[in-house]
Every structure is written in structure tokens, then in C-alpha cells.
Ligand binder design. Structure first.
Ligand code: SAM
Length: 448
């Protein structure tokens, strides 16, 4: 093995926004260390796979990706392969037993060490592993983060999770909750805004549990909202237990806080919610949704649902389908229950057949698609404020409304980062089609 340092890297990211943000940190640190980005794994000297362990299928993606990299490495023994994220934390050196050609292994608390461990691997050292949990997860300097989007920046506010949901592996992979000092969060957002970012999304596994040295979640929102130049503020993911009047008031009182909330309910059956240890009943969830909509009537509400949880009967499932109907979500993500190592639900039999899980998945999704189709059709002819966050080669761009709906429209690439006034001219279940109203767009233009 040569001691020449790797010069190009490629990162493959699976999973949630927190993983994306971790990859942005790894990328930034590698760029600062003199590496360049490669377009594909085949062109890279170092490939980093940032993994997700939330469902077994997600975790298995790692080994599919590693199979491809093993073939690459057979021709290029200098290729350094790194694995990080939740599967790395969960399976640890078990990954090396299954894939001994992996050179670098880092847990969820150690992304800052990637460049150093890669250097050691390139120098021929084995055992380039760091799975230790750190007392402080927030060790990557803000300036080193290479944000993927030039429009919407992710800013981590909380690491880890203190909930004990019976199905969820996240507390095992990311550890207990650690809140980042509010001053640091505000400082990062301010510098992002100074660099031209119109929108930030605050991140945490349970973002609305934020509390640090007397600053609660609503206080944090107020402080970030006060930053001059910030156009849009979002956050994810919230837990129903921490929805309170102050959080609801924030949606009424803070105009830059977008009217969109992802609030996973998981099930509509009290029996299942209790077994899941979610800490609320169906009625309590509905009360929280009503409170939020009282303060912000146009709030777009989306949710996560698990079907086929152990012991979920047809009656339990119908309770979920009814709840989805009653709440009238603007979007849902439905997951087939997947038993995960070390979780409380593992002691329960995974007794809903896979075909039945799939049927329940389809029932929920079909009903939701019909709801979204009808709702979106009613938007044709209305006007929306769209922040352009994506450009494609074919002369089209897309962006998001304040309610986080995707709008596609014709327009040149230099619209990226612009806030446009758009007339909705078409609609499908998952996106809207718009036409820019140029006379109005310049008033809201944001230069990036
Ligand atoms: N708390 C994080 C968040 O919401 O951003 C991470 C949760 S996970 C990425 C997102 C969703 O996956 C959960 O809300 C839940 O619906 C689903 N999920 C988690 N564990 C699961 C499991 N064992 N089987 C199926 N779905 C699961």
C-alpha cells in the first residue's frame, strides 16, 4: 500500500437529513484537508458510505454498496473504503468480519475524525476505527460544513434521542439527547445567511425537545427567526409529546417560520401506541393537531406511519386508516414494520405477514394519493411563493412553497435561490406545476 494521500473522495449517503448533514461535515473536512470531490465511486481514492439502520432493508444497503466497492478495490488496492453512520455504530467491528476490505469505520459521534483515519489507512495502518461515544457531538466547525444545497441549509440543533419507542433503533445508534448551545446555533445560521442562504432547516431526531441552559424550543425559534436576512425557517423532526402552546404560537407569531410540520403519529390505535411507548393517545395526538391548526389554520401537516407492528390487528389498522382520514394529512410516509436489534419490540413476535403489511401499506398510500390529488387540483389557479432549490438541464427548475410542496416550472438555471411568485397551472398528487409571474418575482429576489 502506498503512503500517497487520497486526493478525491466520494460519499454515498443513506437515510435521514441528519445523515445528510453528517456527510456534509465529512465532505467539508475532506475538502479542507486538500481532497477534491469525485463524480463517482469509480473515480475516487476514498469512498465513504454513511449508513442508515432504521429498517433492516436500509441497513442491508450498506452491504450491497460494499459488494460493488469490493470489486473496484480488487482492481485498485489503494482505494480506501470507509463506513460511518448508524449501521457502523450498531454493528461495529462486525462489519469488518463481514467485509474485511473496509479500511475505516467511524461511529455517529466521530465524523470529525474521518480525514485523520483515512490518512492512517493510506499509510498502511489497520484498525482505523473509532466507535466511541463522545460527551460532545458538535465538534465539526461550522465553516467546515460543505452544504449540499445552496438554498436550504441543514443546521443540527440536537443529536441523539431520549425517547424509548419500542420499534426504534435510533437511541442505540445516536445515543442520548445532546442539545447544542443556542448561541452556537444562532451563530451558524447567521453566518449561513451572510453567505446568501435564504432558508435553514433546524435538525434533531426530536427537535422540539430542545432545551439548553434555560432556552426552550420556542425561544430557540424566536432567536433564529430574529436573524436579519433569513427568509424561511423550518425544523424537523418533531415528537407529539413536545408539542405545546408555545410551539403552536410560534407558527402564528413568526412569519418566517414556514407553515409546515412533520409530526409522526406511527399508529391510530391506542393499544399499539401504548405498546410502541409513544407517550400519547390517539385523542391526544388529535388535540395537538387541533391546537397547531388553531394557531395556524393553513399548517401543512405530514406524518410517519408504521404498518404491521407486532400484534396489529385489522381493527388496529382500521383505526390508523381512520385517523389518517380524520386528520387529513398533507403527506404521509408509510413504513412496513421491521424488527431492529436491541429494541423493546424485539421480544414481540413479528406476526403480521409480509403480504399483509404490504396490503396495509397500499391501503394507506392509495387513500392518501387520492386525497393529495383532490387537494392539489383545487390549487390550480392560485398563487404561490416558490423558493427555487433545484435546476435541471432541460430548462426547468423546481422549488418549494412555504408549505413544502414541490412546484415545477420552466426557467433558466440562474433562478436558483430566487423567491418567485408563481401561478399554479397544473397539479398531480405529489407536485404542482407553475408559471412564474415575472413582474412580481424581482421584488422577492434573493441573490446567492
Ligand atoms: N426520529 C428521526 C426522524 O424522524 O427524523 C428518525 C426516525 S426514522 C428515520 C423515520 C421513521 O421511520 C419513523 O418515524 C418511523 O415511522 C419509521 N421507523 C422507525 N423504526 C422503524 C422500524 N423498526 N420499522 C419500520 N419503520 C420504522
Amino acid at each position: 500500500m502506498t503512503t500517497k494521500p487520497a486526493s478525491r473522495f466520494f460519499i454515498e449517503t443513506f437515510g435521514c437529513q441528519m445523515n445528510v448533514n453528517d456527510s456534509e461535515k465529512v465532505a467539508g473536512l475532506l475538502l479542507a484537508d486538500g481532497y477534491e470531490r469525485a463524480e463517482a465511486a469509480a473515480d475516487a481514492d476514498f469512498v465513504f458510505i454513511n449508513t442508515c439502520a432504521v429498517r433492516e432493508k436500509a441497513a442491508e444497503k450498506l452491504f450491497h454498496a460494499l459488494g460493488r466497492l469490493k470489486r473496484l478495490k480488487a482492481n485498485r488496492p489503494d482505494l480506501v473504503i470507509g463506513v460511518g453512520g448508524c449501521v457502523a455504530q450498531l454493528q461495529g467491528t462486525g462489519i469488518l468480519d463481514r467485509a474485511p476490505y473496509v479500511d475505516v469505520l467511524v461511529g455517529t459521534h466521530n465524523v470529525a475524525r474521518v480525514p485523520e483515519l483515512v490518512r492512517r489507512a493510506r499509510a498502511g495502518f489497520s484498525g482505523c476505527v473509532d466507535l466511541d461515544r463522545k460527551a460532545d457531538s458538535f465538534t465539526v466547525p461550522d465553516a467546515a460544513i460543505a452544504h449540499t444545497s445552496a438554498v436550504r441549509a441543514y443546521v443540527t440543533a440536537i443529536e441523539g434521542c431520549n425517547h424509548v419507542c419500542s420499534f426504534c433503533v435510533v437511541p442505540r445508534t445516536r445515543g442520548a439527547e445532546q442539545c447544542r448551545p443556542a448561541d452556537n446555533i444562532v451563530g451558524e445560521v447567521r453566518s449561513l445567511v451572510d453567505r446568501g442562504y435564504p432558508e435553514v432547516m433546524l435538525l434533531g431526531q426530536t427537535i422540539n425537545a430542545y432545551r439548553h441552559e434555560g432556552v426552550g424550543f420556542a425561544d430557540l425559534l424566536e432567536r433564529v427567526h430574529a436573524i436579519t436576512g433569513l427568509r424561511r425557517l423550518r425544523f424537523t423532526t418533531s415528537h407529539p409529546e413536545h408539542v405545546d402552546a408555545r410551539m403552536a404560537d410560534a407558527f402564528r407569531d413568526l412569519p418566517k417560520l414556514c407553515p409546515y410540520l412533520h409530526l409522526p403519529v406511527q399508529s391510530g390505535s391506542d393499544r399499539i401506541l401504548e405498546s410502541m411507548r409513544r407517550g400519547y393517545t390517539r385523542a391526544e395526538y388529535r388535540e395537538k393537531a387541533a391546537l397547531l391548526r388553531d394557531r395556524r389554520p393553513d399548517l401543512a401537516l405530514t406524518s410517519d406511519l408504521i404498518v404491521g407492528y407486532p400484534g396489529e390487528t385489522e381493527a388496529d389498522f382500521m383505526a390508523t386508516a381512520d385517523l389518517v382520514d380524520e386528520v387529513g394529512f398533507d403527506g404521509i410516509f408509510v413504513f412496513l414494520y421491521s424488527p431492529r436489534p436491541g429494541t423493546g419490540a424485539l421480544r414481540l413476535a413479528d406476526d403480521v405477514a409480509e403480504e399483509e403489511k404490504l396490503r396495509r401499506f397500499r391501503v394507506l398510500n392509495d387513500a392518501q394519493q387520492a386525497r393529495q390529488r383532490a387537494r392539489n387540483a383545487a390549487r390550480v389557479g392560485t398563487r404561490e411563493e416558490v423558493l427555487v432549490d433545484r435546476v435541471s438541464d432541460d430548462g426547468r427548475v423546481s422549488g418549494r412553497t412555504p408549505h413544502f410542496q414541490i412546484v415545477h416550472l420552466d426557467g433558466p438555471g440562474d433562478l436558483l435561490g430566487r423567491m418567485l411568485e408563481v401561478e399554479i397551472v397544473g397539479a398531480g398528487p405529489n407536485a404542482l406545476l407553475g408559471r412564474s409571474l415575472p413582474d412580481l418575482s424581482s421584488a422577492g429576489a434573493v441573490a446567492l
